[in-house]
Design a protein around this ligand. Sequence first.
Ligand code: HEM
Length: 242
Amino acid sequence: MTGAVPTAIIVTSSTPLWYTTRATGLVALVLLTASMGAGLLSSVRFEHRSWPRFVTLGLHRNLSLLALAFTVVHVLTTVLDTFVSIPLADAFIPFIGSYRPFWLGLGAIALDLMLALIITSLARARMGLRSWRLVHWTAYACWPIAVVHGLGTGSDTSVRWVLALTAACVLVVVVLTLWRLALSWPQRPGWATAGVVLVVLAVVAGGAWLRAGPLAPNWSARSGTHSSQPRAASSTSAGAGK
Ligand code: HEM
């Protein structure tokens, strides 16, 4: 061995746009988690004398819109930053890009689902409750897809506080989802059991993937950062990068 063999290739970009991409990605994830939490709280009909249900519903709506606003800035700064070319189409059409195509594609799916959720909710009065509810179920896919996108694409994944923040988001959604499933147990025991099994499997599989993937050496290259794309640095730690 030569002694200086890099275990991870990191493409660094220190432009303000790229910092904004990373910051807004994390804020969007927190807001999406908060919106998901408020949605779950309203579905378990949580209320208190000092916290009526309409407050939760209003929060859910406003947090969703705020999450979308931050996601739009996240996408725009990604596209406008010229260090690596990521066209606007990549933000909406999954898996067509050249930069970490699978993990970026998950972001595109999350954005498409988010748009569908928000548009159908704003037009809820005009569409049947059944169709609205059917679309709204995809929220259960939108959130974990966004989480995996962030972990798979983000250059800050191995930073301790970013990991802690993501773990806190996961904890909030898992606990509230289990609460929701527990309440639906008397009416639909089969569905509730399947839901609990799915949640547990997803958490275990997610943890195993995180260890073997983004937290393991050489993730930058393995995740699809092309050799033709600029590489400003090689390192063993994930720092500021694209
Ligand atoms: C619901 C939608 C989305 C959410 C919640 C989200 C969230 C995140 C998060 C949390 C990160 C990690 C940031 C970090 O490690 O510092 C990230 C990274 C990234 N996202 Fe998104 N994202 C979404 C959609 C998209 C879309 C549609 C695109 C396509 C343009 C995109 C492009 C990127 C890129 C290029 C990175 C890597 C930034 C870096 O190097 O750290 N994201 N995203």
